[in-house]
Design a protein around this ligand. Structure first.
Ligand code: GDP
Ligand code: MG
Length: 201
């Protein structure tokens, strides 16, 4: 196997406002966390290079720009993506119920033949004690959809890296199968993306 080959993958993160999407990305990419609540402004793209199954993978992770209420953003946001992280807050039942809507919206935009598009679900804020969503309930829903489930805490850095490695692996497997449903080859990590990154978070 050629271990020097780099694969570019676009991963998106969706979920209700306040569930901790930006915090999860900040934990994963920068190993940082802030209590301060700041709505993500503009397009926010974070990149991280990791090794998956002996292959270099450049993850380009897209955060919603504070527009979580607008399902209409999904088609343009998910275009060219290789996988999707669905996030909810274990202390907020409504954010869990909202997952179905996000998933349906993605599936509606996936070309036929690409139904095995990779998802993972993250139940965030497990450091808090006032849970509204039991592990069993979340696990059962994910199992029914055949989606891997991870309980995480962006605040304490619990399980975050493990979860992103899982979606990266599954997204890479899709790529390795030669599926061009997600337009992976069109992603450019050039100057434009850099300036987008500087505008946000
Ligand atoms: P987003 O709107 O989904 O991007 O959510 P943010 O990342 O902006 O986080 C919303 C709020 O939840 C912020 O005040 C964060 O500090 C807080 N938060 C995020 N992740 C965690 C976590 O794992 N544990 C706790 N206790 N708070 C968190
Ligand atoms: Mg945000």
């Amino acid at each position: 196997m050629n271990t020097n080959k780099t694969v570019d993958l676009k991963i998106i993160i969706l979920g209700s406002l306040g569930v901790g999407k930006t915090s999860l990305l900040n934990r994963y990419v920068n190993n940082r966390f802030t209590e301060e609540y700041r709505t993500t402004l503009g397009a926010c793209i974070l990149t991280k290079q990791i090794r998956v199954d002996n292959m270099l993978v450049k993850l380009q992770i897209w955060d919603t720009g504070g527009q979580e209420r607008f399902k209409s953003l999904v088609p343009s946001y998910s275009k060219g993506s290789d996988g999707c992280v669905l996030a909810f807050d274990v202390t907020d039942q409504d954010s869990f119920y909202a997952l179905e809507g996000w998933r349906e919206e993605i599936l509606r935009n996936i070309p036929s033949g690409c139904e095995d598009y990779p998802f993972i679900v993250l139940g965030n804020k497990i450091d808090l004690t006032d849970r509204q969503v039991a592990s069993d309930e979340a696990e059962a829903w994910c199992k029914a959809q055949n989606i891997p489930y991870f309980e995480v805490s962006a605040k304490q850095g619990i399980n975050v890296g493990h979860a992103f490695e899982n979606i990266a692996r599954n997204a890479r497997l899709q790529d390795a199968e030669g599926k061009d449903c997600y337009l992976t080859k069109s992603i450019s990590l050039g100057e434009n993306k850099k300036s987008e990154r500087q505008k946000c978070c």
